[in-house]
Design a protein around this ligand. Structure first.
Ligand code: NAD
Ligand code: UDX
Length: 455
């Protein structure tokens, strides 16, 4: 039985290893983390992250061939293959602050692997990293005492939050980057063997290390670019009375363009898109590719613009002031089916409203705990209500910021009656029944569509 270790028990490490353990009963899988609380949560019935189907997946393997531990050093020595899935946030200090990847956790991991290895190992980059990071990892590991050999591979993760389990079960592709040497190709084959337990051969794609690292940044940049492209068009739609949903449908029917990732919204959030594009921008700047850097940077700028534009629209439609008005924010997670709020557009939108002295009340079925942390600096100014009807009571306006399906089936007549008059609703996800809301009496504003107003 081979031993797999994953360093980093976060959104990626936990679910990916649970899937490998489930599909590969002939491997022993251990996930380690320095965060004791997180490991204790993985060992309990209250997992540290919410993902549909994850609890069942972990339950089916935990204690059989999936284990969680904080003993990083001991587990490294036992492992044949080590996945590194630590966080790689944007640097907040020094050179490249605000753009470059903060590689301190990554580098520390390399040194811990080096210090605790007494036999050959394959080290797999699962985290998203700047191109050529594997080179740095290799140079650190090459300082190992004679006889111990490491082979570094890139195997970026493409799962999205909220659909992690289904994405892992049936991925579009699995990328494996390795060196074109005998030992490099042997290591690639060892990783291919793991994925081939459930992923069809044609979906397991092997390539050189640097292509694999860049492909991950490129995929996120392309996806985010589509969202920013449609959001930029939503501003034109609002100015011209075109409807962004119709434009999106029309262009998405072109098979060369495709229909996915063309939903106008309050902007993209999540821990990856902004971070990875800024990482790409910094990489371009490092290589002196200024025009390329500015091209990708604009994707992030449009995303920021979309959020401030949404708030500006709210203020102007509510008689140019939201001061002292109760505004119910429905949805704080960066997308539905997750409690994750990292880079959620709701954070900046709430802050802008609070700076305008609005009385913000936040409701979300899964993300209130994280919302409290994100808005900690406004602690005494924000109210939190899990119950939507309590949140909207006495509100002048509702801003829907996450497309939770439950928001489609609320009793909007009841909500209308609970609110201050005139009642405003701002659909930041364009997914509610706007005709129905207008018929009830709401003034309905959405993204990229003419408002439906009674006043
Ligand atoms: P996360 O913050 O949820 O988890 C990272 C974990 O690593 C934390 O629990 C942290 O305590 C642990 N860690 C840090 N340093 C460590 C060390 N030296 N030893 C042991 N544990 C350590 O992050 P995440 O969302 O799982 O992302 C991990 C990587 O995967 C990032 O590079 C990210 O860009 C990438 N990624 C994330 C997603 C996603 O949907 N979240 C998708 C694809 C790729
Ligand atoms: C993303 C990538 O999709 C995934 O492959 C990668 O591994 C991690 O980053 P994630 O951030 O979890 O995944 O969610 P995703 O579904 O990509 O959505 C990102 C953001 O874009 C969300 O805020 C979502 O609401 C927004 N979005 C998405 C839109 O606004 N419109 C769309 O049409 C699609």
């Amino acid at each position: 039985m081979k031993n797999i270790l994953c360093i980093g028990a976060g959104y990626v490490g936990g679910p990916t290893m649970a899937m490998i353990a489930r599909k590969c009963p002939d491997y022993n899988v251990v996930v380690v983390d320095i965060n004791e609380e997180r490991i204790a949560a993985w060992q309990s019935d209250e997992l540290p992250i919410y993902e549909p189907g994850l609890a069942e997946l972990v339950k089916s393997t935990a204690g059989k061939n999936l284990f969680f531990s904080t003993d990083v050093a001991a587990e490294i020595e036992k492992a044949d293959i080590i996945f590194v899935s630590v966080n790689t946030p944007t640097k907040t200090f020094g050179k490249g602050a605000g753009k470059a990847a903060d590689l301190q956790y990554w580098e520390k991991t390399a040194r811990v692997i080096l210090a605790n290895s007494k036999s050959d190992k394959i080290v797999v980059e699962k985290s998203t990293l700047p191109v050529r990071t594997a080179d740095a990892m290799e140079r650190i590991l090459k300082t190992a005492p004679d006889g111990i050999k490491f082979e570094v591979l890139s195997n970026p993760e493409f799962m999205a939050e909220g659909t992690a389990v289904e994405d892992l079960e049936d991925p579009d592709r699995v990328l494996i980057g390795g060196h074109d040497t005998e030992s490099g190709q042997k290591a690639v084959q060892a990783l291919v063997d793991i994925y081939r337990h459930w992923v069809p051969e044609e979906k397991v794609v092997t390539m050189n290390l640097w292509s694999s690292e860049l492909s991950k940044l490129a995929a996120n940049a392309f996806l985010a670019q589509r969202v920013s492209s449609i959001n930029s068009l939503s501003a034109i739609c609002e100015a011209t009375e075109a409807n962004v949903a119709e434009v999106s449908r029309a262009i998405g029917m072109d098979s060369r363009i495709g229909s996915k990732f063309l939903k106008a919204s309050v902007g993209f959030g999540g821990s990856c898109f902004k971070k990875d594009i800024l990482n790409l921008v910094y990489l371009c700047e490092t290589y002196g590719l200024e025009e390329v850097a500015r091209y990708w940077e604009q994707v992030v700028k449009i995303n920021d613009y979309q959020q401030s534009r949404f708030v500006a629209n709210m203020i102007s439609s509510m008689f140019n002031t939201v001061a002292d008005k109760r505004i119910a924010v429905l949805g704080f997670a960066f997308k539905a089916d997750t409690g994750d709020t990292r880079e959620s557009p709701a954070i900046s939108i709430c802050k802008l409203l609070l700076d305008e002295q609005a009385n913000v009340v936040v409701s979300d079925p899964k993300a209130i705990g994280n919302a409290k942390k994100d808005l900690a600096e406004y602690a005494d100014k924000v109210e939190y209500e899990e119950d939507v009807y309590a949140a909207v009571k006495g509100a002048h306006a509702i801003a829907v910021l996450t497309e939770w399906p439950m928001y489609e089936t609320l009793d909007y007549k009841k909500i209308f009656d609970l609110m201050e008059k005139p009642q405003f609703i701002f659909d930041g996800r364009n997914f509610l029944d706007h005709d129905m809301l207008y018929d009830i009496g709401f003034n309905v504003y959405s993204i990229g569509k003419a408002p439906k107003k009674h006043i």
